[in-house]
Design a protein around this ligand. Sequence first.
Ligand SMILES: Cc1cc2nc3c(=O)[nH]c(=O)nc-3n(C[C@H](O)[C@H](O)[C@H](O)COP(=O)(O)OP(=O)(O)OC[C@H]3O[C@@H](n4cnc5c(N)ncnc54)[C@H](O)[C@@H]3O)c2cc1C
Length: 380
Amino acid sequence: MDFSVSEITQQVAQTARDFANQRIRPNVMLWDESQVFPVEIFKEMGQLGLMGVLVPEEYGGAGLSYFEYKTVIEEIAKVCGSIGLSLAAHNSLCTGHILSFATEEQKQKYLPRLASAEFIGAWGLTEANTGSDAGNMKCTAVKKGDEWVINGTKNWITHGISGDVAVVVCRTGEPRTKDNSTAFIVERGTPGFSGGKKENKLGMRASETAEMVFDNCIIPDSQRMGEVGDGFRQAMKVLDGGRISIASLSLGIAKGAYEAALQYSQERYQFDKPISSFQGISFKLADMATEIAAADLLTMQACDLKIRKQPMTREAAMAKYYASEVAVRVSTEAVQVFGGYGYTKDFPVEKFYRDSKLCTIGEGTSEIQKIVISREILRK
Ligand SMILES: Cc1cc2nc3c(=O)[nH]c(=O)nc-3n(C[C@H](O)[C@H](O)[C@H](O)COP(=O)(O)OP(=O)(O)OC[C@H]3O[C@@H](n4cnc5c(N)ncnc54)[C@H](O)[C@@H]3O)c2cc1C
């Protein structure tokens, strides 16, 4: 694996960094405290190519690789985890599912709109009673002639209210049977489809998380993606890529918290010395830097395998599991380095601390990642 950062990756990083500093940083706390999902920021990111990073140019995207994608999510999350999370959900869940499994006609119709951010994307798998056990979903789609009738509620959906288009995985067969779910594309405005309750969250507060409600929502068969019965398998493949997103999001949060702690430790004096001169603090910085570097390498390994179209379920789960736990540890220690000031909203580390926890939960909890990793390593 080549560890050098290519010129194109550096350029993309600079674009994302400049945008984050100029357009996101000034409003981070305002959006966080008021739980505003700033749609206009995503439209601006669409103009920069950040909303369709992996979408080929022929469909209006930036046509870049997973290395650039990782970099974009990281740079944005260094400044605001919420915007990073929404960017990740749009790019790799909704857009990624359509890119991987839609028909040519569906790709032509949706990918240019998603890549430009004319459409904000949502992706619905989770339900109130089926999170880790997503295969046991209750939301159904029943075929009637050339149409499907969807009934049920998807919970915890990023952009559940504001999404212009959603990929939704519904049960189309008997409960607890193989091949019993199918994926569909549903546009906002379709009768019977509406946004529901918005969650009031600990962190990631500017990323909208809400229910998507389907009440006799009728869509034509042309909105089905792939074969009937293939929905859960598709979703698991989408989540392999999604785990690179959450690993990158975790890295961005960890790096943001670490950089803030590093700087503060050299500026804050106690006992007539910068606190970085105390081993109790410098060893924290050493642990943070080491764990971030290890998480970075795991994530790059998963990107490299994905780019080369090699199996990467185990490596993506390892990257997501490790990087997300590192984000929590690093942001916790960053608050400690800041002392009492870290416990206030005047400094950025309390937000990194709150935002980081989502990374160990979303797109499969740490426990579920360990199930995936152990299943892969024990497989003959
Ligand atoms: C901010 C946010 C955004 C989200 N965005 C989306 C989205 O856009 N689309 C979407 O579909 N979903 C989304 N989700 C849902 C997310 O993927 C689920 O919350 C997650 O998969 C966990 O499911 P759960 O919350 O129901 O927890 P549960 O599955 O109820 O788990 C509770 C606890 O039990 C543990 N557990 C469960 N099963 C096992 C087991 N077999 N072995 C060991 N431990 C186990 C879990 O690890 C966890 O610690 C989002 C969630 C959040 C918080």
